[in-house]
Design a protein around this ligand. Sequence first.
Ligand code: ZN
Ligand code: ZN
Length: 377
Amino acid sequence: MKALVYRGPREVEVTQMPDARIEAPTDVLVRITSTNICGSDLHIYEGRAPMEDGKAIGHENMGEVVEIGDAVVRVKVGDMVSLPFNIACGFCTNCERGLTAFCLTVNPGFAGGAYGYPMMGPYQGGQAEFLRVPFGDVNCLRLPEDAREKEADYAMLADIWPTGWHGTRLAGLRPGENVAIFGSGPVGLMAALSAQVQGAEEVFVVDRHPDRLALAERIGATPIDDTDGPTADQILERTKGEGVARGIEAVGWQAHDPQGHEVPNSTINDLIASVRATGGIGVLGVFVPEDPQSPDEDMKEGRLTIDWGTFFTKGLHLGCGQANVKAYNRELRDLVHAGKAQPGWIVSHHLPLDEAPEAYRHFDARDEGWTKVVLHP
Ligand SMILES: [Zn+2]
Ligand SMILES: [Zn+2]
């Protein structure tokens, strides 16, 4: 089968690899119809999250079931399914509590597994014609009859929409509250959509890319351009000096200042300054245990200097980590089906798999207009 594989920093290639196949009786084999390039894939692409040569990338997958193992009960051949990026067993301590991002079974010695990602287990990615889905009954969300018609919307269910939603839950957002979201990449925009769906009073989105801020505006969010001055000052100014009730980090450890320097602690400290006393912060952006290539001395060993004294004095709380996609994807699917939300509004490009290397180049360069790429193998 054809797949997009990692070769080395800024080098990916569409090549032939052995066909994905049923390896365990609980497996499901899916023919991929949509597979998205994610901001997290750029950490691989840039060589900052090193992956083995020749492994297929891709954790945001959807497609049609073409074969099932003997022990699969619920999923049927012909079903259109969305596949949460977290691979979960469904029966370990964490999965039983709904914490499927921290499954203890699928990636022994580590809490959590995913498709096509370093450290997340031996699973190939879905930027390929076919994908093996372990524990298929647990890891396939069946889609309704409008799956093909609303494919761009349903394709957002594998990761970024549940992840954006998770940010609002980590921050503790309630209807009528305001929220500031740092980062208007796909995840930040999905957090903004989630906050709107949940009845936020005002949603601020902080970034500097005009095309992305324009997308935020299209769903009624208030854009804040961080090249216009310190973001916390801008947020305080627009909230009568009070700050926002909730904050969401959707950038991660490679956060840059407007001059282009990497400052890994900048978004967290801006959030601590922007969120009012007793408020909450949800961190979705990826932070890693070490990054020897980081220009920041602390970050080389995974450390951040944060304004802890202010954080404590304000009585803030903070939640972080990967989204337990299965905790949200069923209801979000139903919102799409009912026409109540169109997360596919952020998709800028639908491309064949063969054009993936070029798409990575543009997305990595944050070229104007390249907000979200969906590949169709
Ligand atoms: Zn993703
Ligand atoms: Zn599990």
